[in-house]
Design a protein around this ligand. Structure first.
Ligand code: PLP
Length: 495
């Protein structure tokens, strides 16, 4: 083979080394993606591999010269796609969905073609301004109140990498706010280095572990208060009285309440904490209230969940929701809103002589580098914008409603069946199920469904085996859910 060398400076970004244009190579690449997407349903969700199998398919060293693009595509098909867990598969029902879409896929190419680094407004004005616009769009779509919109000039939203990062950032801000409250004359720097060892953050034992991790990384104690299995709701919820009791116990031991992390849509069972019921406690104890709605926040876009978004708007200091889960935006699009942007600026503001001086005369140059950890930021708002333009709010709402309808249908079938039961009443697109024949039968069902190509992961609810069936995948249809149910019935009747 002739060895060529690729010189980036000699190759304009719209041409390959062989002179093929971006359009030609793009079409070939999209054809491969299309082929893989169309044949996805014929295969299982899980790649049949063990650790090391995939790495062994790749050379130990990088290639010296350029590889023919056709060969790169062949390698993509033979070495890359087969090693990926098929998250976009119609039978993928594990974890929570990570729903991608045509505009989310294509937007990544546009983002890479612009290739900007959003250091500050000057370094990519449209990157900053579209993020401002988009964060207000999403807030309005979800019914998160005007106080959290950029247009308020006080609150606002920012796209983060993950929900975990959002919670970490909020806990660091909560700590700093408390120090400044105690001593308003402290400089922000001094405020940051005060002793925080007596501060406690309260959250539910059903909260995602990333809430606890955020507290740990922020140097804060985290008290996981036991959630109650609510009689009416038949799901887990945190009670204000239980948090109050925990606070009193901690106070007697010389500790001090700092913050509360509530969950809207817990990962294991989709349980929700009643945010409105914490208003009084939060005010009395002057708590920073954060709501983690990483998965279920999407439901606020529907009329029947609007009152929950209203409660969030009334009570919280900050709230996060993932556009990558049940929102067609793909990874990474973790939305975070705060009621008061100043609380972020106190912690994250930083600059240097090589940065442009910015006069904050407009809401459209908020300098996101001062709102979070990274200086360089991806142009993620473009993806969210393309998704909204492509589907419209009506399209997004009907996708979200479809998942709820599919889950309601499955819950109804389980309710009527002698073979299965629901350990808790789940909400949104999640269904939790176990066999009425006990633990072993539930484990056997999980193994059987996985062998049949379903992406379903077992879990434990109240210490007992249960299957989580998370609907909401962009290509999962009611017919697929019906097929799953028939498979479950067949399995129960034959075992
Ligand atoms: N919070 C909830 C309720 C979740 O369901 C998840 C993930 O499933 C997370 C937080 C963690 O999300 P991330 O990976 O964005 O940190």
């Amino acid at each position: 083979m002739v060895k060529r060398s690729r010189s980036p400076s000699a190759t304009p970004p719209s041409k390959s080394v062989d002179g093929q244009t971006l359009t030609e190579l793009g079409q070939q690449t999209l054809a491969v993606i299309e082929k893989v997407t169309q044949s996805r349903g014929d295969k299982g969700v899980w790649p049949a591999v063990k650790p090391g199998d995939l790495a062994a398919k790749f050379d130990k060293d990088p290639p010296d010269g350029p590889t023919d693009y056709g060969q790169i595509l062949q390698k993509l098909e033979s070495k890359v796609f087969p090693g990926a867990l098929s998250w976009q598969h119609p039978r993928f029902m594990a974890y929570y969905p990570s729903s991608s879409s045509v505009p989310a896929i294509l937007s990544e190419t546009v983002i890479a073609s612009i290739g900007s680094v959003g250091l500050q407004w000057t370094s990519n004005p449209i990157g900053t301004e579209l993020e401002v616009v988009i964060m207000d769009w999403v807030a309005k779509f979800l019914g998160i109140g005007p106080a959290f919109h950029h247009s308020s000039g006080v609150g606002g939203g920012i796209i983060q990498g993950t929900a975990g990062e959002s919670m970490l950032n909020m806990m660091i801000c909560a700590r700093t706010r408390m120090h400044r409250r105690k001593n308003p004359k402290l400089s922000w720097e001094d405020a940051f280095y005060q002793d925080a060892s007596s501060y406690v953050v309260y959250t539910s034992d059903q909260a995602h572990f990333s809430a606890e991790k955020a507290c740990r990384l922020a140097g804060l104690r985290c008290r996981r208060v036991k959630a109650t299995l609510d009689e009416a709701d038949k799901n887990f919820t945190l009670r204000p009285s239980d948090v109050q009791n925990a606070i009193e116990k901690d106070r007697a031991a010389g500790l001090q309440p700092l913050a509360l992390i509530l969950t809207y849509g817990s990962t294991n069972t989709s349980g929700t904490d009643d945010v409105a019921s914490f208003k009084q406690l939060a005010e009395e104890e002057k708590l920073w209230v954060h709501v983690d709605a990483a998965y279920a926040g999407a439901a606020w876009s529907l009329e029947e969940f609007r009152k929950d978004a209203q409660a969030v708007s009334d009570v919280v200091t900050s709230v996060n929701m993932n556009g990558s889960k049940w929102f067609l935006c793909g990874f990474d699009s973790a939305f975070l809103w705060v009621r008061d942007r100043k609380l972020l600026l106190d912690v994250f503001s930083a600059s240097d002589a090589f940065m442009a001086d910015v006069e904050h005369t407009s809401i459209y140059n908020p300098e996101f580098k001062d709102w979070s950890v990274p200086l360089g930021r991806r142009f993620r708002s473009l993806r969210i914008w393309m998704v909204f333009e492509y589907f419209g709010t009506n399209g997004l709402r009907s996708y979200i409603r479809d998942a709820i309808d599919q889950a309601s249908y499955l819950r109804q079938r389980i309710e009527e069946s002698p073979h299965y039961e629901q350990p808790v009443n789940t909400k949104f697109g999640l269904v939790c199920v176990r066999s009425t024949k006990g633990e072993e039968a539930t484990k056997a069902l999980a193994n059987h469904l996985q062998a049949q190509g379903y992406g379903i992961v077992p879990s434990k609810i109240c210490g007992a085996e249960a299957l989580r069936i998370a609907l909401g995948g962009a290509s999962t249809t009611k017919a697929i859910v019906e097929e799953l149910w028939q498979e479950m019935v067949k399995f129960a009747e034959s075992s």
